[in-house]
Every structure is written in C-alpha cells, then in structure tokens.
Design a protein around this ligand. Structure first.
Ligand SMILES: C[S@@+](CC[C@H](N)C(=O)[O-])C[C@H]1O[C@@H](n2cnc3c(N)ncnc32)[C@H](O)[C@@H]1O
Length: 310
C-alpha cells in the first residue's frame, strides 16, 4: 500500500491522525524541495569556482587568485631571513649573478630604471653603486624605482638602503623611489622608464605574458628589458645533481635556518615549472621586444634574457 492510499484510509477512519500525518508529509516535501534547491545552488557555485582559471604554485595546481595569495605569503614569511637565506642557499653565488646582471645592463648616467619585483633592493643597490663608480662629467641625474607587490620585502629593502646610505637623502645624482606595485598591472604611465630589470621575480607571477606586456608599455622606445631568473641546466647529469641538491638540501636548510620548509619547497618547485630558455625568449619576442637574446650562467642554473623596445 502506498503512503497516499494509506493516508486516505486514515483520513476516513481517524481525521485527527490524518491531519497530523498530512502536516508531516507537507513539511517533509518542503524540506526535500529546499534541500534540492540548495544542492542546485551549490552545484552552480562549484561550476563558478571551477570556471576560474587554474595555474601552478610549485607542483600544485591552484586557482589563479589563490596563487597570488600564496606567493604573497611566501615572501611575507621569508622577508626578514631572505638575504641570509639567499647567501646560504647559493653559497653566495647569487651575488656574482647579480653583479654580472648589472654589468650586462651597463647603465649610463641619466637612466630611469624600474627594478620590478625588486624585493629587498639587491639589484637597485648594484645599479646605484655602478653609477656611483662611473664618471659623470655632465652631472646627469639618474633614477630608480624599486617596485614589488610585497610591502614587507620593500620595508626590509628600505631599512637596508638607509644603512648602506643608498637612500634618497644620502645620494646627490640619483633619485630613489620605493613603490608597491603588481608587475602584471602597473600604474606607471606609458613610456616612463628606459630600463626595466626583474631578478628572480617573474617566476612568481601568475601571468608572465602580462608582466612582459606591462614592461613593454612602461618602457620608452629604445628602452631595455633585462631579466635574471633561475633556469634549466644544459646537461642532464648536472640537472640530476642540481635536482638532488634542490630537493634534498634546500627545504631542510630552510627549516633549520629560517624555521620554514614550505617557502623553500615552493622555491625549488617553481624553478622547475618556469619555461625553458628558448621558450621564455619566444615569450619576450611575442610581447614586442626585439633583439631578444639570453645567456646562461652557471651552466643554466640561471639565465639572463634581454630585449629592446624599438
Ligand atoms: C625572489 S624575490 C627577488 C627579489 C630581488 N629582485 C632579488 O633579486 O633579490 C621575488 C620577489 O618577487 C615579488 N613578486 C612576486 N609576484 C610579484 C608581482 N606580481 N608583482 C611584483 N612583484 C612580485 C615578491 O614579492 C618578491 O619580493
């Protein structure tokens, strides 16, 4: 006997019981309807969420918005120990790579440089030092804007600048600005700079092509884009050795020295996900740059890519 037939029998025989059971049935139907609507809504939400583009955060696949937050957290967490850890992990070699990077840029007095993802100022300080050691007979004024998405990194950089006397007050032929900016959507007007540097920064950005297109936009015609980034080794055996060092040593070292494993695990994974030298060169050309070239340092552990806006 169905529930409805059963109800009919009860209705005839005992109306009070019928009313009670019918109320129960209606309430039950209402609850079922509400639950089905909630499920539909949830499915819609899920579709909306999964419709957001995904990207990689190291070896994890994450939503694009999530990557931005995670990268921000990484650099917020490491800001204070960043310089020490750079020295330890690269056995000081990052200093040589950055020196070579500045040599390749070879700035002259009067340059307006945007040092993007400038972090704690390593590249900008080399630029200031380079120009301070270059004769300036015409007393031309140079400029550097150190820009980063993370204010914590910039704060550490500004304190370092003060200690090193690389701040605005201590320099006569150089103006210095620190500015929190997202490399993917800069607020600077078109044609604002004649050099754009980015060292170990572009790998952390979600849309490399947007960073390149913004770099192109803010550079003046004749301006140069130059990027120092971790890259891919040119020899398989060396790559294997490097992988052993990266995955077995770096995260434990991060844990021991800075009390943090995850940012260093992200570091090594993000390096492996970054495009290979030729592919990155192609991306720079696609953004509009010309005379694009690259040079491997330390067998491809890092590479310097550059191009001109002509
Ligand atoms: C490895 S550090 C490099 C800092 C400095 N250039 C150096 O060589 O020491 C990477 C920097 O990229 C910054 N960064 C990540 N995503 C960014 C974005 N979308 N726009 C600007 N900076 C970003 C981080 O906040 C971090 O300071």
């Amino acid at each position: 006997m169905s529930f409805a037939t059963h109800l009919y029998t009860v209705q005839v025989k005992t109306p009070q019981v019928y009313n009670f059971l019918n109320k129960f049935r209606v309430t039950h139907l209402k609850i079922q309807k509400a639950m089905s609507m909630a499920t539909k809504k949830q499915n819609l939400n899920d579709e909306e969420v999964t419709a957001e583009e995904t990207t990689h955060f190291g070896f994890q696949t994450v939503k694009e918005s999530e990557k931005v937050q995670k990268v921000h957290k990484v650099f917020e967490d490491v800001a204070k120990s960043y310089d020490l850890m750079n020295d330890v992990m690269s056995i000081g070699i990052h200093r040589i790579w950055k020196d070579i990077f500045m040599e390749r840029l070879g700035p002259s007095h009067g340059t307006r440089l945007l040092d993007m993802a400038g972090g704690t100022g390593d590249v900008a300080f080399r630029y200031i030092k380079y120009l301070a050691n270059t004769p300036n007979p015409k007393n031309r004024q140079s400029h550097v804007t150190i820009s980063d998405i993370n204010q914590h990194m910039l704060d550490v950089g500004q304190r370092r600048a003060k200690d090193l006397k690389y701040d605005e007050q201590s320099l006569s032929e150089m103006s210095v600005e620190w500015k929190c900016e997202d490399a993917e959507k800069l607020t600077f007007p078109d044609n604002s700079f004649n050099a754009y540097t980015i060292a170990f920064g572009i790998r952390n950005c979600t849309h490399i092509e947007r960073v390149l297109s913004e770099a192109y936009r803010v550079l003046r015609p004749g301006g140069r884009f130059i990027c120092l980034e971790f890259s891919h080794l040119t020899h398989d055996v060396l790559q294997w050795l490097y992988d052993q060092y990266s995955f077995q040593i770096i995260p434990p070292m991060g844990q021991i020295l800075a009390g943090q494993w995850d940012p260093y695990q992200y570091l090594v994974e993000s390096i492996r996900k970054f495009p290979k030298q030729e592919e990155f060169k192609e991306m720079i050309s696609t953004a509009g740059f010309q005379l694009v070239r690259y040079e491997n340092l330390s067998f491809g552990v890092t590479s310097i890519h550059s191009g001109f806006k002509l």
